[in-house]
Ligand binder design. Structure first.
Ligand code: EPZ
Length: 429
């Protein structure tokens, strides 16, 4: 298994190109199942999760063609996928595939909406929490699907198609909102979704579906209205920049010190995180090129943050912020309200010399003068990158093990940080 070796203590300077968003790419690729025509996605990141989803869609009969390099393009350019679900030959998503990536459970919506049936494995356990799918099932049931659970599979049937209806989510769920929108897009009649997730990736998917001929309004707000249509066509769509990758590198610069331009980043996608960074003492300057982050010599100030659905501070940046606060000049407090087990990085940060107390969903971080390099273990995608951020400021060498977690969601991380002066390398196998 690959590992990453980092020697800390060097400031970062230069430019980091921000890739397309993983959490928009996955639902966009799944949305291709709603049409028999070709969906072309530009600015797609080269990630393990994207590759795995290609396999999952292929299992249903979907052809995915990766566009070749164009003149003037570099590795910083995203890839282009030409996705055609003209022939869906299998409406089963097997356990072997779904268990590897939870978001693949979302195929249930376009399959039952377009094909009238779907048999999808329940995703199973996850390191960061129980993560049930009851609200996703509720959403398609509200649109008339008959649901059975058998042998660990959810069987959804709607032989005469889905019907428009009202879906009220008791709690905000990103996956539930994606599922509801995709199912409602081909339903007969109008669907109203209340207490919908407002994450930017929801609006990006709705924008693409509207290009395919859907009639979705209100995406990005908590009330979404979908007027179902009989069929959807093809379209071409550019995936929005990854706000979690943006926030991650912004925290890395604040941690190591230096001055870096996060190219293509859009400040409105992560306003809450940028405000926290400014409170912590980093300079944040937005322009049409992206977002410039700098911290030169000023001490890091402690912060108090609670994670919550967009537009509040995202849970997917919680671990990265915790790493940053291990060096703050005082005591910080972070409350995690989305996932009940998202503190797996704490003991690994403590191995680097951090002082962190946990009490239920609250973490108290007492800033320390110095961190010291050590071997550490990645446990999930965002926890693993928090260890990289801490290692950038730690004295000596850190070895991050199990970096396959990182590869799921960060494209060419060691190349992007290395270009800005970090001492970082991948140790193969
Ligand atoms: C999406 O997961 C993201 N994944 C997650 O990012 C992100 O952390 C999460 O939204 C919250 O922002 C993708 O977009 C692929 P939820 P999702 O449904 O949709 C509970 C990353 O690091 N819930 O909004 O699975 C659930 O347990 C990943 O990129 C139910 O109870 O999250 C959680 O406590 C990690 N029943 C809360 O709702 C349900 O049926 C929010 O989960 C569904 C969810």
């Amino acid at each position: 298994m690959d590992r990453i070796r980092i020697v800390g203590g060097r400031p970062l300077s230069g430019t980091i190109p921000i890739s397309g968003a993983k959490n928009a790419t996955l639902p966009l690729m799944i949305a291709s199942l709603l049409t028999g025509e070709t969906l072309v996605l530009d600015n797609v990141p080269r990630l393990a999760d994207v590759g795995l989803l290609q396999r999952i869609l292929g299992n249903h009969g979907v052809d995915v063609m990766v566009g070749g390099k164009r003149a003037g393009e570099t590795a910083d350019h995203g890839q282009t996928l030409h996705i055609s679900a003209a022939h869906i030959v299998d409406t089963t998503a097997p356990y072997e595939l779904v268990s590897k990536m939870r978001a693949s459970f979302w195929v249930i919506a376009p399959l039952v909406a377009r094909m009238g049936e779907a048999r999808v494995s329940m995703p199973g356990g996850c390191a960061i929490g129980t993560r049930p799918v009851d609200l996703l099932i509720m959403a398609i049931e509200r649109l008339g699907a008959k649901i059975d659970i058998e042998g660990g599979y959810v069987i959804a049937q709607a032989p005469h198609g889905l019907k428009g209806g009202e879906i009220v989510f008791p709690k905000v769920t990103v996956g539930g909102t994606h599922t509801a929108i995709m199912a409602a897009a081909l339903a007969n009649g109008t669907t109203v979704i209340e207490n919908a997730a407002r994450e930017p990736e929801i609006a990006d998917v709705a924008d693409c579906l509207n290009k395919m001929g859907a009639r979705i309004s209100g995406a990005g707000t908590s009330r979404i209205v979908v007027e179902g249509v009989a069929r959807l066509g093809g379209a071409r769509h550019n995936v929005l920049p990854d706000r979690i990758e943006t926030g991650t590198y912004a925290m890395a610069v604040a941690m190591a010190g230096g001055d870096v331009l996060l190219q293509n980043a859009r400040p409105e996608l992560l306003q809450a995180a940028l405000e926290v960074l400014q409170m912590a003492g980093a300079a944040v300057v937005s322009s049409n090129q992206g977002i410039r982050i700098a911290r030169n010599g000023s001490a890091l100030a402690p912060v108090e943050v609670t994670t919550a659905p967009f537009p509040a501070f995202p849970t997917d940046l919680q671990a990265q912020l915790m790493a940053l606060m291990t060096r703050a000049n005082g005591t910080s407090c972070i409350v995690e309200t989305i996932f009940e087990n998202r503190f797996m990085h704490v003991q690994e940060l403590v191995r680097l010399g951090a002082r962190i107390q946990l009490e239920g969903e609250k973490a108290t971080i007492e800033g320390v003068e110095r961190l010291q390099g050590a071997p550490v273990m990645a446990t999930d995608l965002r926890a693993s990158v928090s260890l990289v951020i801490a290692a950038l400021a730690a004295e000596g060498e850190t070895i991050v093990n199990r970096v396959y977690h990182l590869d799921r969601g960060f494209e060419r991380l060691e190349d992007k940080l290395g270009r800005c002066g970090a001492t970082i390398e991948r140790l193969a196998g």
